[in-house]
Design a protein around this ligand. Structure first.
Ligand SMILES: [Fe+2]
Ligand SMILES: [Fe+2]
Length: 275
């Protein structure tokens, strides 16, 4: 429970006229819609994680006010916006049931224990998450020519970059107190990257497939192949450069060393972040 007043949103899905969606163009890219739907599940499931995160920073009025009045409502709107888009393009798709099935499984993978040991390091982990989503929505934006999807994903990407900047600012605030060295920061960074790889998107896509192609529900080879195709679509359009720059920032690596780590990290990013 929190009493902070919600701030006006930077944009509202209600202000976007969905009837402008070019249905032929939108429905023509089924893989992209599957990915959008999976993203709508993960964003809508944020609710669970925000409760844990806000209680972790409960006694810091600055951080908890921002989490409660800006970050959480914006993340939840991402889920609502993508869901509204999917509903418009796939009116027959039972989003609620598919989301419920996803959430049953997903909620078991989130717990307070998974937080980093210190607040500064948890902020690093949050920077990694926002880097991942900012990169993902930029890639989705590049994949599509459908004007309404472009508009929505542009808004979401801008939100995610702003979230990153806040988490980075709070990382610096806490690291002044904690004084974590570069290796501790790198550890938190790698732990969070490894976590992204293992779970969220795979669980979400599996539940999207189950609702969209019930006849294929036991066809694991088909599902695996489709997941790989969707990952390849993201990888082809992703800006590894932006992703790496954002990941490197909390490490405070001097500019003269950066080019040396940039290329190998970009390669790793492509294969680990978006398998
Ligand atoms: Fe988001
Ligand atoms: Fe975000």
């Amino acid at each position: 429970m929190h009493t902070d007043c919600p701030r006006p949103m930077p944009w509202r899905i209600e202000d976007i006229d969905l009837t402008r969606i070019d249905l032929r163009q939108a429905a023509g890219n089924e893989d992209l819609l599957l990915l959008l739907c999976a993203s709508s599940f993960i964003e809508s499931g944020t609710d669970l994680y925000t409760k844990n995160l806000t209680s972790y920073f409960d006694d810091d009025p600055e951080v908890s006010a921002w989490l409660n009045t800006e970050w959480e409502p914006e993340e939840l709107q991402h889920g609502r916006a993508l869901r509204a888009y999917i509903n418009y393009v796939w009116p027959e798709f039972d989003w609620d049931t598919a989301f419920r099935n996803f959430f049953d499984e997903y909620s078991k993978t989130c717990s307070v224990d998974e937080f980093e040991k210190t607040r500064a390091l948890e902020m690093v982990a949050r920077c990694v998450v926002e880097t991942g989503t900012a990169t993902l929505y930029r890639a989705i934006n590049e994949c599509s020519d459908e004007p309404v999807l472009k508009e929505i994903t542009d808004h979401i990407r801008t939100d995610e970059v702003r979230h990153y900047k806040h988490f980075f600012k709070y990382f610096k605030k806490y690291n002044l107190i904690e004084g974590n060295g570069r290796f501790a920061v790198l550890g938190a960074l790698m732990r969070r990257v490894a976590e992204i790889k293992s779970e969220d998107s795979e669980i979400a896509l599996r539940h999207v497939f189950a609702m969209r192609y019930p006849e294929r529900i036991h066809d694991t080879a088909y599902n695996r192949e489709r997941t790989a195709r969707i990952s390849a679509l993201v990888r082809r359009n992703l800006s590894a450069d932006m992703c790496v720059k954002m990941l490197l920032k909390p490490l405070g690596i001097p500019a003269r060393i950066q080019p040396g780590v940039h290329y190998p990290l970009a390669k790793i990013t492509q294969h680990v972040f978006f398998r």
